[in-house]
Design a binder for this molecule. Sequence first.
Ligand SMILES: Cc1ncc(COP(=O)(O)O)c(C=O)c1O
Length: 210
Amino acid sequence: MDGYLANLPEITRLARAYDAQVMVDDCHATGFMGPQGRGTPAHHGVTVDILTGTLGKALGGAIGGYIAAPQPVVDLLRQRARPYLFSNSLPPAVVAAGIESLELVRDSDDLRQRLFENTQYWRNRLTSAGFNLLPGQHPIVPVMLGDAHLAQAMAARLFELGVYVSGFFFPVVPKGQARIRTQMNAALTRDDLDRAAEAFLQAGRDTGAL
Ligand SMILES: Cc1ncc(COP(=O)(O)O)c(C=O)c1O
């Protein structure tokens, strides 16, 4: 939600010291963080015990996911993970596309570079327009508005201006921390980003957010 990176070096160090296991839900990093898009542990150069990822975000498949873990954990989840146990398997076409997209992200350093360039550009544009962003380098760029009604008004005005975003507010985020969560994409051009930034400026003025 905040586009922050967990301090995995410290977390894994503590886990080792106390004989604990580390589980990382890496759904917001799979495919674009770290070398070859291998995720946040790879970005930090650490290994973790249980790693979850989704096919539905950067990998583009919109459904499905996975848990990579030691065999006893996998065996337990096969018997006890209710959504897994009581759902149909993924359609083979989705699995095939997921495997192919993993191959693609492995060789897509150019796209990852463009994603992070776009992110920096987008962050700079919004900051210089006067918006309050949560700091960082993550392609999830939350525009903090505080008030839930304001976040919804901004999202509605942006939609009229041709930019589709969602307002996030309590209980999805803590009270008083309503926001619009923007996400960068390697396929966006500078023109796209400029047009979106102009729309944010306009909507910010129209709604009183700026
Ligand atoms: C941090 C995190 N983990 C897991 C998921 C679940 O992903 P999926 O809906 O693809 O199963 C989400 C979905 O938004 C998420 O934000």
